[in-house]
Design a protein around this ligand. Structure first.
Ligand code: PXP
Length: 251
């Protein structure tokens, strides 16, 4: 299986909200997340990731519903574990849901979900979503107790948080790769699909090739940043090309 690319387009909505927070669906409100989704499709994205946060700071409910209706790509819906978002996910019916921790103060999703510490709540959300035909992924730090709890929750996938790897100083990077590789091996052995995301860019991505069993990477910020220079379609194409170098032996 090739390594799949999920393109996170939240930042397109972030830019629109900076100017049009009061009227995000007005005809002149730009840039459009829907157009971005279509550009990502043209560049070879395998899926789209969008996160409707409780505070609606970037993607709005209407964006998610429109993208779902109009873009022929699998949708990965990132969501906090709240009754409000569960209800919305059941209405939206994405192919995948990725459960993430959410706090109002953070700039982006900063740590992984504490599945072990919030087991009943997580297990309940996983069950409701998967009973509705939505495959669930849990966004966790690459720690073995979290992998073990994710497997017990019934979720089909984990997304390993690569933020600590991406932010590590050169001398600490190897340690973070070792953590990710150990978590990937444990998740694979437990029958979970292994995804990864956060802070992955065009230069650090190949260092992740030491992590086995990767099925999908979810990447947003670096692709949107490159899109300012070459357009989103080309930025996605470039990332896809790099991802084709993931070693066959690691898959
Ligand atoms: N995966 C998850 C669960 C995230 O919360 C984010 C950030 O929204 C990403 C992947 C993408 O991270 P980045 O924008 O740093 O590529």
């Amino acid at each position: 299986m090739p390594l799949l690319l999920g393109v996170n387009i939240d930042h397109i909505a972030t830019l629109r909200q900076a100017r049009y927070a009061r009227c995000p669906q007005a005809p002149n409100a730009e840039p459009s997340p829907l157009v971005a989704a279509l550009d990502a499709l043209a560049g070879g994205a395998d899926s789209l990731t969008i996160h409707v946060r409780g505070d609606r700071r970037h993607m709005q409910d209407a964006d998610a519903l429109r993208i779902r209706a109009e873009v022929p790509l699998p949708l990965n819906f990132e969501m906090g574990v709240t009754a409000e978002m569960l209800a919305f996910a059941l209405l939206l019916q994405p192919e995948f849901a990725c459960l993430v921790p959410e706090t109002r103060e953070e700039i982006t999703t900063e740590g992984g979900l504490d599945v072990a510490g919030n087991f009943a709540l997580t297990h309940n959300a996983v069950t409701q979503l998967q009973d509705a035909g939505i495959r669930v992924s849990l966004f966790i730090d690459p720690d073995l107790p979290q992998v073990e709890a994710a497997a017990r929750s019934g979720a089909r996938m984990v997304e390993l948080h690569t933020g600590a790897f991406a932010n590590a100083a050169d001398e600490d990077r190897e340690l973070e790769i070792t953590r990710l590789a150990a978590a990937a091996r444990a998740a694979h052995a437990a029958g979970l699909q292994v995804n990864a995301g956060h802070g992955i860019n065009y230069s650090n991505i190949t260092q992740l090739w030491a992590v086995p069993y990767l099925a999908e990477l979810n990447i947003g910020h670096s692709i949107v940043a490159r899109a300012l220079r070459c357009g989103l379609t080309q930025a996605v194409r470039d990332m896809r090309q790099l991802m084709a170098t993931y070693p066959t032996a690691a898959r």
